[in-house]
Design a protein around this ligand. Sequence first.
Ligand SMILES: C[S@@+](CC[C@H](N)C(=O)[O-])C[C@H]1O[C@@H](n2cnc3c(N)ncnc32)[C@H](O)[C@@H]1O
Length: 177
Amino acid sequence: MPRARHQPRLKVTATIGTRHPNVDLNVLAIAPAQPRYTPAMPPSPRIADFVASLPLAPGMRVLEIGCGPGVAARAVCRRIGHGRVVAIDRSATAIRIAARASRAECEAGLLELRLAAIEDFVLAGNEPRFDLAFAQRVGVLDGRHPADTALRRLKAALTPAAFLFVDGMPPLPARDL
Ligand SMILES: C[S@@+](CC[C@H](N)C(=O)[O-])C[C@H]1O[C@@H](n2cnc3c(N)ncnc32)[C@H](O)[C@@H]1O
């Protein structure tokens, strides 16, 4: 009998190498469930090492582009004393997840999350410029996509002495953006 084209998703519970009765596939492997992100989770070594390499100091104003769930932004908060991090992401889902995990930092006034693409980013009102900006795995800044508009926006948002740090790239002085 022909099978319906769209069947409801099935939870596969079978031993590797067996043939599951409800699924038209041999079971080769079962991916472990992704752990749901919680703020108590420490940053991954990739993010921890990147943040450790940033020349942060108490009182700095820091901009993160493409913050995702906000792991790096929260790690930066722990190194800038009474400073401030503004973390932007163009994905509403990312900002929602980051907000849920960053309640303490946001309530303490250390972190602000904004839904924005860097290509559209402008300082709010009389907001001071940032002393440092960084991005990890963000295509428009790591050379995967054209960056002219993004770099123009960044230059306008950074102090002349600021640097932009992007994973896999040498630090870029704001004056050269
Ligand atoms: C691969 S994830 C990396 C997240 C986090 N930085 C990390 O390293 O785990 C890229 C994130 O950057 C965001 N993003 C990509 N392009 C962007 C842009 N032009 N402006 C703002 N956010 C951007 C995406 O929505 C996504 O949340």
